[in-house]
Design a protein. Structure first.
Length: 159
């Protein structure tokens, strides 16, 4: 009987320790701040771009993707919402302007014509980073951004 009680108590202790350690895992990691933003090119929403925020200090990157209005929300590398506070360098990969929100194209006679979307004009530096046909999407690196501790963080990126 003594052995049975000892085994039971030991098993309960192990279960309690495992439960306590599992609860602690959910909130571990750096403090994060919620980050939203908008990315545009020449004032027009930049759609379908992957954004990567790399902190200058401690911590891992946070990621987001722009929607049809150029808006994005960041998630930390672990999947938690937000980014570490501090200075970041942003990389924008892929994306395009929303042709439906571009101004009409002027015709030869100076009158604007409708129905012809403008093609985006590529960034000359970004074109150098393209892998060409079938290669990786174009990227723009090194855009500075700041995430402030305890404040609303809505980052505006104009490329």
């Amino acid at each position: 009987m003594y052995i049975h009680q000892f085994s039971y108590k030991c098993a309960l202790a192990v279960v309690a320790l495992l439960g306590a350690s599992a609860i602690g895992c959910g909130s571990s990691g750096p403090q994060l701040e919620a980050v939203t933003g908008t990315i545009t090119k020449d004032g027009v929403p930049f759609v379908g771009a992957d954004l990567e925020f790399y902190p200058a200090g401690e911590g891992a990157a946070s990621y987001g993707r722009s929607d049809e209005n150029g808006n994005f929300t960041l998630r930390y590398s672990t999947g938690r919402p937000g980014a570490v506070p501090g200075e970041h360098l942003v990389t924008v990969i892929g994306g395009s302007v929303d042709a439906s929100k571009l101004p009409a194209v002027p015709s030869d006679n100076g009158v604007a014509s409708e129905g012809e979307p403008l093609a985006p004009i590529g960034n000359p530096d970004a074109a150098k980073k393209s892998g060409g046909p079938g290669g990786p999407p174009k990227s723009i690196d090194g855009i500075p951004a700041t995430v402030v501790l305890g404040e609303e963080n809505h980052v505006l990126i104009e490329i």
